[in-house]
Write a protein that binds this ligand. Structure first.
Ligand SMILES: *Cc1c(COP(=O)(O)O)cnc(C)c1O
Length: 374
């Protein structure tokens, strides 16, 4: 009997690695409200990933981060334009901010929002566009110049970069972490299933430090300096215990990313050597040095994806099918307007996510590739 291969096996730092940070909480008696550990984590991220340009703050999770960002960024208007090929949290955040999602198609190679479809939707909807919410699909970087240009035209952009924390982009003029210097909000998730997993958590960056200060205030009940609420805020703060885990994860994150990239490369090599690439199995065209979350791939059009998943399950290999159904195919969003979504519907029929976790041996990657060949 072959051992089973889980889809993900998150491994967070063990307590021994950050027991000193936990002890420091016992001593400071500071448990939340941007305490010393939280502040240390935020300034390390801003300095190291974002060259101290703009602002970065923690949030309880990316969904709350998106809700706050969309609410603060949106202009007058009815619609939030976004891809349908994303996680439900993206359109849910728009709905919480009082907007109606308007779904557009994605690019067949990058699986990110298609810029032509976006341009068409914007010219169709005009002033009714309140915000644009692209998704950096599965942790990839994206060219942000077109979105910075939208912001400059007065159309706010919030980027769902839930899986892109740690992704470095070298192609852009602003080399460094994905999003560096971007004038709108960029939202990251620290959920256990993401590469920088701490259980629950998230972060929001913007090249505009003032925008992050506003979001932080909204996430602290909208309190002005006199602790009197002056807007419809909420509570998005993380505890010092979560911050301790974030600091411990930060220490080992370069190594975690390196391991994930090595496994991703083993998959790409395996696809090539096994001839699957030539048979129409198609990985995502990514941009930058990605902190991979898992290994998404498209089945060839002639294959029945669900049969592949079932066959893999028989081999004790656990696969997933993010994002199938796509958002517009889900009950909560079925009434939302959208354009043709031809590519999105093909992706949601063919998408398959293969196991990827940090201590996965290369022999396990080979077993997965063999399973696909079978
Ligand atoms: C994981 C994810 C989220 C939600 O993140 P949480 O931190 O779990 O709230 C939002 N959008 C996308 C695209 C995601 O993958």
């Amino acid at each position: 009997m072959m051992s089973s291969i889980p889809f993900l096996r998150p491994s967070l730092p063990v307590v021994d690695e950050y027991v000193n940070l936990l002890r420091s909480i016992d001593e400071t008696h500071l448990y939340s409200n941007y305490g010393p550990l939280c502040s240390q984590f935020e300034s390390q991220v801003l300095a190291s990933f974002f060259q101290n340009q703009g602002g970065f703050c923690t949030v309880t999770n990316a969904t709350i981060g998106l809700m706050l960002a969309v609410r603060l960024a949106k202009r007058k208007g009815r619609y939030a334009i976004m891809p349908s090929f994303t996680f439900a949290a993206t359109p849910l955040a728009a709905q919480w901010a009082g907007l109606e999602p308007w779904f557009v198609d994605v690019d067949p190679h990058t699986w990110c929002m298609d810029l032509n479809s976006l341009t068409q939707a914007i010219s169709e909807l005009g002033d009714e566009v309140a915000v644009v919410i692209p998704y950096a699909t599965f942790g990839t970087g994206m060219a942000l110049e077109p979105y910075a240009a939208l912001q400059a035209r007065g159309i706010p952009v919030v980027i769902d970069a839930a899986a892109s924390f740690g992704t470095k982009v070298l192609e852009d003029s602003a080399q460094g972490h994905f999003g560096l210097g971007f004038p709108g909000y960029i939202v990251f998730s620290f959920h256990a299933t993401k590469a920088f997993g701490i259980g629950e958590g998230g972060g929001v960056y913007s090249g505009d430090a003032e925008a992050v200060a506003r979001l932080k205030r909204a996430g602290n009940f909208g309190f002005a300096s006199d602790r009197a609420s002056c807007e419809q805020g909420l509570n998005s703060k993380i505890s010092e215990y979560a911050a301790a885990l974030a600091l411990a994860t930060w220490q080992i994150y370069p190594e975690k990313i390196r391991k994930r990239q090595a496994i991703h490369k083993a998959y790409l090599d395996g696809l090539e050597c096994s001839g699957l690439g030539g048979k129409g199995w198609q990985p995502q065209r990514t941009r930058g040095d990605v902190a991979f979350q898992f290994m998404p791939i498209l089945c060839p059009p002639g294959q029945n994806r669900d049969q592949v998943v079932a066959r893999m399950a028989e081999l004790s290999i656990e696969c997933r099918t993010y994002f199938s159904p796509a958002c517009h195919q889900q009950h909560q969003f079925a009434a939302c307007p959208h354009d043709g979504l031809v590519v999105t519907e093909r992706l949601s029929r063919c998408i398959l996510s293969l196991p990827l976790w940090e201590d996965m041996p290369e022999s396990t990657v080979s077993r997965v590739i063999e399973g696909l060949t079978g």
